[in-house]
Design a protein around this ligand. Structure first.
Ligand code: MG
Length: 347
């Protein structure tokens, strides 16, 4: 080190827990809840702040406590050049197993920081076209017929609705939606169907009722059954629970027609980008999904969405206390903005 010259200070990471309040109680095939715990991160360098987020729905195994512990152990001050993103994020990934959402919160904050230093949003840095963003589905949770109908009426601005199935009243739910709406639908079974032949019959019935694709119909462990179902299915079958990270991709080839990539599962934008390229090279469909998240993580995912066939980026629309303003949905389509980084402003 040169005498008399202070070392350049490195990246400064800080974080705080935050609880998202949901507009409606959210029911999946396995559980119900009305709040989602998240952790909001900040990464500062040379007077510029990047924002990130870890969203941790309880069934995925991370919590504000585990994420805080993981982030507290990171020594990001050792990095004095935020442009060495690969090196920084590899260090973060290698510092402990698991912790995908906590890792994503650093990845998102670093992308936001670097984009802000460069002065461009990431979709531009990647050379993507804002016009190519997909429409986003809007999720209708499992509920009583009357409530489902009410939710569908509220969602008429969307071009496709995502319906959660996987209990014993699947046909009833679809029929009650069809009484009041002929919007295209996709369904997410969240591993709820156990018998492959009944699942296939159901998919044929769904196709007749205007459903476009089926997400995670059977338990992820039933690889042979999922492969059989995909090869016989008249609709694309998309893996969600069946894939988390890049390393899992090989297990989806020949088993599903496409993959649902979520930043919270795959540790962030850096790995999501690699997964998209791999899926495309294998002729598989790509969907960009989300958890219940603020506009921070949703806007980050939207940056990469011009590469996706479908998006399910409605997580911020399901909450009452979003601390950020970011991408918007216009006529059901993702509308990217010109804010540098991941496309957000603090409220
Ligand atoms: Mg899903």
């Amino acid at each position: 080190m040169n005498k008399g010259k202070l070392p350049k200070s490195g990246l400064k990471l800080s974080f705080e827990p935050y609880n998202l309040q949901l507009k409606h109680v959210f029911t999946l095939a396995g559980s119900s809840r009305s709040t989602t715990p998240v952790l909001l991160t900040k990464l500062e360098f040379d007077g510029v702040t990047g924002y990130g987020e870890a969203s941790m729905p309880p069934y995925l195994g991370e919590s504000q406590k585990t994420a805080s512990k993981f982030l507290s152990n990171l020594k990001l001050w050792q990095f004095t050049d935020p442009f060495k993103m690969d090196e920084i994020l590899e260090y973060v990934d290698n510092s402990a197993l698991g912790n995908a959402a906590a890792k994503a919160s650093v990845d998102i904050a670093l992308h936001d920081l670097v984009g802000k230093i460069l002065g461009f949003p990431w979709f531009k840095i990647w050379g993507l076209s804002a016009e190519k963003t997909p429409v986003t589905s809007y999720t209708i949770g499992i509920d009583k017929s009357e409530i489902i109908k009410q939710k569908v009426k509220e969602a008429q601005d969307y071009k496709i609705l995502k319906v959660k199935l996987g209990r014993d009243n699947d046909k009833e739910i679809i029929q009650s939606i069809r009484e009041i709406s002929d919007l295209p639908l996709c369904v997410d079974v969240n591993q709820g169907w156990k018998d492959k032949k009944r699942a296939l019959e159901m998919i044929f019935w769904l196709k007749e009722n205007g459903i476009e694709y089926v997400e995670q119909p059977m338990p992820k462990e039933n690889i042979e059954d999922n492969a059989w179902l995909t090869s016989h299915s008249p609709l694309p079958v998309i893996a969600d629970e069946g894939i988390q990270r890049l390393v899992d991709f090989k297990n989806t080839v020949g088993v599903y027609s496409g993959i649902n990539i979520k930043l919270m599962k795959c540790t962030g934008l850096r790995e999501a980008h690699k997964m998209i390229n791999l899926a495309k090279a294998n002729n598989m469909k790509v969907m960009i999904g989300c958890m219940t998240e603020t506009s921070c993580a949703i806007s980050a995912a939207a940056q990469i969405s011009p590469l996706a066939d479908w998006a399910d980026l409605d997580g911020n629309l399901l909450i009452k206390n979003d601390p950020f303003s970011g991408i918007k949905i216009m006529d059901g389509k993702i509308l990217l903005n010109e804010y540098p980084g991941i496309g957000i402003k603090n409220l």
